[in-house]
Design a protein around this ligand. Structure first.
Ligand code: SAM
Length: 251
């Protein structure tokens, strides 16, 4: 409901449904791990991060949230206190240098649009050649920089991420730095119109000796109220984890 009635999508909190799906994926990709650090560089109200922390509180020993909006980060801070979550918040532009060491997992509901600071954007490989750069591209690059080799990144991306003129550059950058693990298209019923629809984009930062998955996990998620279709989808995903993430324990 939240995602349908919004006026300012870039300040909209990430609904629980997406947080649950992200939590499930973190459990699967990090099965067998005992200690994780997580960063959300556009933490907003904190809902996405805190949904994940509620599910994996024992596993996640360090959590970091960054947001440029002081009101939203106050909400995130208050929410973390109420839920007794130990998260470090930074009220700053996440595309400026971050005083946070690389983490095991980056999660981010990306702000989508142009980034006004061309001088800062010039520090990024994914800057636009002319005019303002795309904030969502720069956030992906910053996220990858702040992930440990072998760590995972879960981004909420617009479905048309690879349709812009600058997408070729993004493609090349991803090919050099990460192994794409999956793209899960969220049900269109979650969004007011198709143009606003999003997917979960899952990446693993490259590390020597680490191979790409045999196949990329591609799926269109059913409405989460459709129990039968969702069970089938989860079964398909479990199969993908067994076939492509051999050696990882099952969550
Ligand atoms: N996951 C968040 C939640 O659950 O509330 C929602 C994230 S919202 C879609 C995108 C966020 O990006 C907004 O909170 C906005 O303030 C933040 N943002 C936009 N540009 C930013 C920047 N340059 N640095 C840090 N945060 C930024």
């Amino acid at each position: 409901k939240g995602m349908k009635g919004h006026v300012q999508p870039n300040h909209q909190m990430t609904p629980d449904t997406i947080g649950y799906m992200a939590s499930y994926l973190i459990g699967k990709f990090f099965a067998g791990e005992t200690k994780l650090s997580v960063l959300d560089p556009a933490v907003g109200t904190g809902n996405l991060l805190s949904t994940i922390l509620n599910r994996h509180g024992m596993l996640i020993t360090q959590a970091f949230g960054v947001d440029v909006d002081d009101l939203l980060i106050k909400l995130a801070y208050t929410g973390a206190n109420l839920q007794r979550q130990s998260t470090q918040f930074y009220n700053q532009d996440a595309l400026d240098p971050l005083f946070i060491d690389p983490v095991d997992a980056v999660v981010c509901d990306l702000p989508v649009g142009y980034y006004p600071n061309d001088i800062r954007a010039a520090d990024y490989a994914l800057k636009n050649d002319s005019g303002h750069s795309f904030a969502h591209h720069l956030f992906i690059e910053q996220g990858i920089k702040h992930t440990k080799p072998g760590g995972y990144l879960l981004f909420l991306i617009p479905n048309n991420l690879f349709e812009s003129a600058e997408s070729q550059k993004l493609h090349e950058y991803l090919k050099d730095t990460v192994h794409i693990q999956g793209v899960l298209q969220l049900p269109l019923s979650l969004f007011k119109n198709e143009k606003a629809a999003k997917s979960i984009f899952i990446l693993q930062k490259k590390k020597p000796g680490l191979d790409a998955p045999k196949e990329v996990l591609l799926a269109v998620l059913p409405k989460l109220s459709n129990r039968e279709a969702l069970d089938k989808m989860i079964a398909d995903m479990e199969k993908w984890f067994q076939e492509n993430k051999e050696g990882t324990l099952q969550a």
